[in-house]
Design a protein around this ligand. Structure first.
Ligand code: FES
Length: 588
């Protein structure tokens, strides 16, 4: 290869290019397409930036190079594309020296900046393959991909008038799952989250955020009161202005969380728990992206609060037992119970096992009374929340497959809500949010029919093996198990045996995460796994912890296999990034 100090190298004779029309040549480890357009020679990278089809096999007409695989078109002179699902193809300077053609293939541009621009295109046009390529390019080793996470967060809150929704919740769940995943799986998780944001905003009108109230900052306590009043009368705009004004007035993250949690529990179990779960996720997103994004992110919650369905309007919460009245009476007693527990708590709280038996029982009055008594005896709100979350997980762990399939979601909603209440109390404990523990307990009670008859809980008898062999070998069959429908019990047994045999929980979490990511995105399944990992985090090595992971595995097994179309998209992007020839390969 002959080079010049400027980077130009000899690549081909002019006559050869003219004869071929488009000629592929190897230059410095790259394949370059040399194409004639009239008397001019142009050089572009020979890999179509969409999926790698060799561009020298395309057609040039009127200065436009068309790739024949999906018909992406490129301006031959600049490499710019007319089809955003592809990408601009790198083009190279050409010099014709007599009958010789010389090309400069020196690298140009900032690859990371380019990936960032392409991520924006993918989000704007809902192009999953473009997003997958960007996710792969923007994930650096073990570093949390904060930058692309922020991009997705800002896009999601800006381009969905209804505000925070499933897409951003998935985006945050995926970010939370990252530390549990094998490093190779992390770009895939980022891709799932970003693609969920794109799908959730696709075709939606944008949201126009509100400014704070003008002039002097208002008293945060007053703004907090107004916020709750405005949510009470379903005034989303008024509430948002209070919220952003409170942030402008210097309200701390904990104070703003407290305000949100109070409003989210002023009515019973609003929107089946989604509102509180979304709030929790929005706060977690800010922890990751930075609280300077709080006005846009938290402001996007207000419509969800104002429009939420309130269980005061739900028959199941009013008849035959009026759970709303029952809870209202209990809430009157909460301040006294809390004070008594803190001042005179005798420590004679029921054991967690006893509490769980009551929670999974059939007497709502007994459930409420037991929770109040536990507080009076000195039990902490956070501990009670964890216990209710565990009881909710048990509903899933013992969910029989004879139920209506959609009822998995009923049990899931209770669990994710209970987990969100628990996480919320860890972040910003308050007597208002404590009401959420009681709401979750009532939802566990209402879900009792989902455990009739209860599915066998591995480890509670039934003949499964345990205590022998290499626990890691027990994980090996899981991927194949999840290739088949109705392997719920087998999945539960495998998880239980792995943990009983001393398997390393982190390996199990990574495996469940991998199995989640190979399925098509399902909002509820993602919620189930993420909440289970959260709850397991405070119960590592315990029987209750194993029940929580059994619940996660059962839920995932019940919802697998899917078509795995999103996996295929990601695999294409991954192989493209590695330079593998996609057009010659068998299916993914
Ligand atoms: S358009 Fe070229 S590979 Fe798809």
């Amino acid at each position: 290869m002959t080079t010049t100090p400027t980077g130009f190298v000899f690549v081909a004779g002019l006559a050869d290019i003219r004869a071929a029309g488009c000629l592929a040549v190897q230059v410095g480890g790259h394949t370059v397409a040399l194409c004639m357009d009239g008397d001019a020679v142009h050089a572009v990278d020979n890999r179509c930036p969409h999926m790698g089809f060799p561009l020298h096999r395309g057609t040039v007409r009127d200065g436009i190079l068309t790739c024949h695989w999906h018909h992406a078109r490129f301006d031959l002179a600049t490499g710019g594309t007319f089809d955003q699902f592809a990408d601009d193809v790198p083009s190279f300077p050409v010099e014709v020296r007599g009958d010789e053609v010389w090309v400069d293939i020196s690298p140009r541009g900032d690859a990371r900046a380019h990936a960032r621009r392409r991520l924006a295109v993918g989000l704007e046009r809902d192009l999953p393959l473009v997003i997958a390529k960007a996710a792969l390019a923007l994930t650096d080793g073990d570093q949390p991909p904060v930058d692309p996470f922020r991009v997705g967060l800002a896009f999601g809150v800006r381009y969905r008038r209804r505000g925070w929704g499933q897409g951003l919740t998935i985006h945050t769940c995926m970010a939370n799952l990252l530390p549990h995943l094998d490093p190779a799986e992390r770009p895939r998780a980022l891709y799932h989250g970003l693609a969920a944001v794109a799908a959730d905003t696709e075709g939606a009108p944008p949201r126009f955020p509100l400014d704070p109230l003008p002039n002097a900052p208002r008293d945060p306590a007053l703004l907090r009161r107004w916020f709750r009043q405005f949510i009470e009368v379903r005034d989303a705009e008024g509430a948002e202005r209070c919220l952003v004004s409170a942030l402008a007035a210097g309200t701390t993250p904990r104070q703003v969380a407290d305000t949100l949690f109070a409003a989210a529990t002023d009515h019973r179990y609003i929107d089946g728990g989604h509102t509180l779960d979304f709030t929790n996720k929005a706060l977690e997103a800010l922890d990751l992206a930075g609280w300077e994004h709080a006005p846009a992110v938290l402001g996007s919650l207000s419509a969800g609060y104002a429009d939420a369905f309130r269980m005061e309007e739900a028959n199941a919460w009013r008849h035959p037992v009026d759970l709303v009245d029952l809870l209202a009476a209990a809430f009157e007693r909460l301040p006294g119970a809390m004070e008594a527990g803190q001042v005179h708590g005798n420590g004679n709280t029921a054991t967690e096992g006893e509490l769980v038996e009551v929670l999974l029982g059939e007497d709502p009055a007994a459930i409420v009374a037991t929770l109040v008594d536990a507080l009076r005896s000195g039990a902490g709100a956070e501990d009670l929340a964890a216990t209710v979350a565990y009881a909710a997980a048990r509903r899933i762990a013992q969910f029989p497959e004879s139920n209506e399939f959609t009822d998995w979601d009923t049990a899931l909603h209770t669990f994710t809500f209970a987990s969100a209440v628990h996480q919320g109390l860890r972040r910003a404990p308050s007597i208002e949010l404590l009401r959420g523990v009681f709401d979750a307990a009532m939802s566990v009670y209402l879900d009792r029919f989902l455990n009739v008859p209860p599915a066998r809980l591995p480890g509670s008898g039934g003949g499964e093996a345990g205590g022998t062999g290499d626990p890691n070998a027990l994980l090996a069959p899981l991927p194949d198990l999840f290739n088949q429908q109705h392997r719920v019990a087998q999945a539960a047994d495998a998880v239980a045996r792995f943990l009983q045999d001393g398997g390393e929980p982190d390996r199990l979490l990574a495996m469940l995460g991998r199995l989640l990511l190979r399925e098509d995105r399902n909002f509820h399944t993602i919620q189930a796994i993420e909440a289970a990992f959260r709850q397991y985090g405070t119960r590592r090595g315990t029987v209750e912890g194993s029940h929580i992971l059994i619940a996660a595995a059962r839920y995932l097994a019940a919802h697998a296999p899917t078509m795995r179309a999103q996996r295929q998209t990601y695999e294409i992007a991954r192989r493209f990034a590695r330079g593998e020839p996609l057009f010659e390969a068998e299916g993914g």
